[in-house]
Design a binder for this molecule. Structure first.
Ligand SMILES: C[S@@+](CC[C@H](N)C(=O)[O-])C[C@H]1O[C@@H](n2cnc3c(N)ncnc32)[C@H](O)[C@@H]1O
Length: 172
């Protein structure tokens, strides 16, 4: 029998229309998001995973940075977000550059060392087991040598604030 997801996951799997409408506004790309993703140094030709992609605004911006020779895998546990991320990719002319995929378990749908970079903004707090998630990141990313985490601030939930504690070696 399938296991019932814990409440913090159900919160994201079942989203009512009013909350979906709010997220469409909240997760739009902004200057704060630009600053947040800059340290990831996403480059042309890279294969990048946006883990917890929401409605797909970030995947579009990453797709611009990886260019025609790169690829973005937009992953989420919410089916409506995946539908919207795919539709958004098509509307932006990036249908061949972005693959939006629904996650149904904790394993990432990649072979070992298949991706270059993984971003996960405001998502790790929702995973069932962060250690297994980081192990999956490490297995999937070719050069996962550094983990950069960020915390929000009262003025901007997406402000990036590196510190010695928040930068560490990805050795999970
Ligand atoms: C706070 S939203 C952030 C959305 C997006 N990363 C952004 O910053 O605009 C968290 C996202 O993570 C997704 N999520 C929650 N738990 C997840 C999990 N275990 N695995 C993958 N995605 C998850 C949610 O469905 C939601 O889209």
């Amino acid at each position: 029998m399938a296991r019932e997801p814990p409440l913090f996951l159900k919160h994201w799997i079942d989203i009512d229309p009013e909350r979906l409408a709010r997220y469409e506004t909240m997760y739009q790309w902004s200057a704060a998001a630009e600053a947040f993703y800059a340290p990831a140094e996403i480059r042309a030709g890279q294969v990048v995973v946006d883990f917890g992609c929401g409605p797909g605004y970030t995947a579009i911006e990453i797709a611009r940075r990886v260019g025609a020779t790169g690829h973005v895998h937009a992953l989420d546990i919410n089916a409506e977000f995946i539908k919207r991320a795919q539709a958004r990719a098509e509307a932006a002319g990036f249908a061949d550059r972005i693959t939006a995929q629904l996650l149904t378990d904790e394993r990432l749908p990649f072979l070992a060392a298949a991706v270059d970079c993984i971003t996960a903004r405001n998502t790790i707090i929702y995973v069932r087991d962060p250690v297994s998630t980081f192990k999956e990141f490490r297995r999937s990313a070719e050069s996962c040598t550094e983990l950069r985490a960020a915390r929000g601030s009262p003025t901007s939930p997406f402000e990036y604030r590196p510190s010695p504690i928040q930068r560490g070696v990805c050795s999970a």
